[in-house]
Design a protein around this ligand. Structure first.
Ligand code: NAD
Length: 434
């Protein structure tokens, strides 16, 4: 199939590469000229395991190409994915200006019947708006359907290649059969292609992210309670996760959820609910709870030093919002670093992938270290923010030798509290008493 993917970010690039991998001819378009030039030179603008070789392989085979000419990409394709960003507007709703700009371009370049797929996360009613925007520009028949994406940054290629499910909101039988063919290679093991009406597909994506954000926030609040009653959240997690109605995944407390999806999708869903006068107060509580949680790691560091952080040097391991990505959007590390700087501390940080993006945010207000142990030199404490594998079994003796005082505040519960205390560390974590 000739496939166009408009928007070549975390989602568009993965979708394009994976569809090329299964033999389609894919053109990825983006208005960001720098990004497209980088991709044409065989360099991947994001950190995503397995993506670079896949892009290079398919580019070399002539199945994947990149362009800034969105109109030409539309003309060359019979199936067009819209995968541009949907950032939050001032009132929290999803800003659809990029999606509708693409719809406009599609309308202007509708040289043949095409299937237009909204891949971006968009509120209920967007497919209809995309349809109307295109229809205002062309008399050529076309279909619009919704196919929200569930990939996770850090395992995006694997998630797309082996999806738990593929959700498709479509009414036309032609669309259903074309998308069944397109997704066939990815669901050979029997995971379902779930067809539904367009509104349900659009809402499914928000409901999934809101449920996950709720689960995280619930565990973060149980963790806080654990600290106060002398319980251990690691044991409580095991105890509840073994109930098959609950399940063990996504029950780890941490520094609060971040990233480009959960915060904005929770906000957008709340906005949709309030526009329809529907009470979704569980989600308002989640949003507020996560806001507080993102402040707690900084407060834990301050508490170790009786709130006297002026002049202290704090090492930070991990800046990305989660492991295996370079994405810093709404990362809890931003709240932490800003609170440390505000209290007069200096910050020396290391992240295996996110330092380029971190520099755009913190500029020269913090020091950056390519080596995780160098970041510890003469620091009064280490704060672990991201659960990178490299941080999970470090050389504790080397850490102790590097740090000025052996203090670790662990936002991801990576270490064994008893072991660290036996090694002479002052150790603070989440949901386990100090
Ligand atoms: P991103 O910011 O990484 O990429 C979006 C790209 O769209 C950018 O490269 C931008 O230059 C491009 N763009 C903007 N306007 C354009 C236009 N008019 N024409 C062509 N290109 C244009 O965003 P992302 O993280 O890939 O997310 C895209 C969508 O997918 C969002 O709606 C997001 O909520 C959703 N989503 C993201 C993830 C994720 O993990 N990142 C997962 C599932 C769904």
């Amino acid at each position: 199939m000739n496939v166009g993917v408009i928007g070549t970010g975390y989602v568009g690039l993965v979708v394009g590469a994976c569809l090329a991998e299964t033999g389609n001819r894919v053109v990825c378009a983006d208005v960001d000229e720098r990004k497209i030039n980088q991709l044409r030179a065989g360099r991947i603008p994001i950190h995503e395991p397995g993506l670079e070789p896949m892009v290079q392989r398919n580019e070399a085979a002539g199945r994947l190409r990149f362009t800034t000419d969105v109109g030409a990409a539309v003309e060359a394709s019979s199936v067009v994915f819209i995968a541009v960003g949907t950032p939050p507007d001032e009132d929290g709703s999803a800003d659809l200006k990029h999606v509708l700009a693409v719809a406009n371009t599609i309308g202007e370049h509708m040289n043949d019947t095409k299937i237009i797929i909204t891949k971006s996360t968009v509120p209920v009613g967007t497919a209809r708006m995309v349809h109307d925007t295109i229809a205002a520009k062309t008399a050529t028949p076309f279909h619009v359907c919704s196919n929200p994406e569930f990939l996770k940054e850090g395992s995006a290629v694997n998630d797309f290649m082996k999806p738990d499910r593929v959700v498709i909101g479509a009414t036309s039988e032609d669309v259903k059969s074309t998308l069944s063919e397109l997704y066939g290679p990815f669901i050979r093991t029997g995971n379902p292609l779930i067809f539904m009406d367009i509104a349900s597909a659009e809402l499914t994506k928000y409901a999934a992210n809101a449920m996950l954000a709720t689960r995280i926030t619930f565990m973060n609040q149980i963790a806080e309670l654990c600290e106060n009653v002398g319980a251990d959240v690691a044991l409580v997690r095991k105890g509840i996760g073994s109930d098959e109605r609950i399940g063990p995944a996504f029950l780890f407390p941490g520094p609060g959820y971040g990233g480009s999806c959960f915060p904005k999708d929770v906000r957008a869903l709340l906005r949709t609910a309030s526009e329809r006068s529907v009470t979704l107060d569980v989600l308002s509580a989640v949003e507020e709870g996560n806001f507080r949680q993102k402040k707690r790691l900084g407060a834990k560091v301050a508490a170790v030093f009786d709130d006297a952080l002026a002049g202290k040097r704090i090492a930070v391991w991990g800046l990305a919002f989660k492991a295996e990505t370079d994405d810093m959007r709404e990362s809890p590390a931003i709240d932490l670093v800003e609170s440390l700087l505000e209290k007069g501390a200096s910050v020396q940080a290391h992240d295996p992938a996110a330092m380029t993006n971190a520099r755009r945010i913190f500029e020269d207000r913090i020091a950056y270290h390519d080596d995780m142990y160098d970041a510890l030199e003469d620091a009064d404490a280490l704060v672990v923010v991201t659960e990178w594998l490299a941080f999970r079994a470090p050389d504790f003796q080397r850490m102790k030798a590097g740090l000025k005082t052996p203090v670790i505040v662990d936002g991801r519960n990576l270490y064994d509290p008893d072991k660290l205390r036996a090694l002479g560390f002052t150790y603070r974590c989440i949901g386990r008493s100090a």
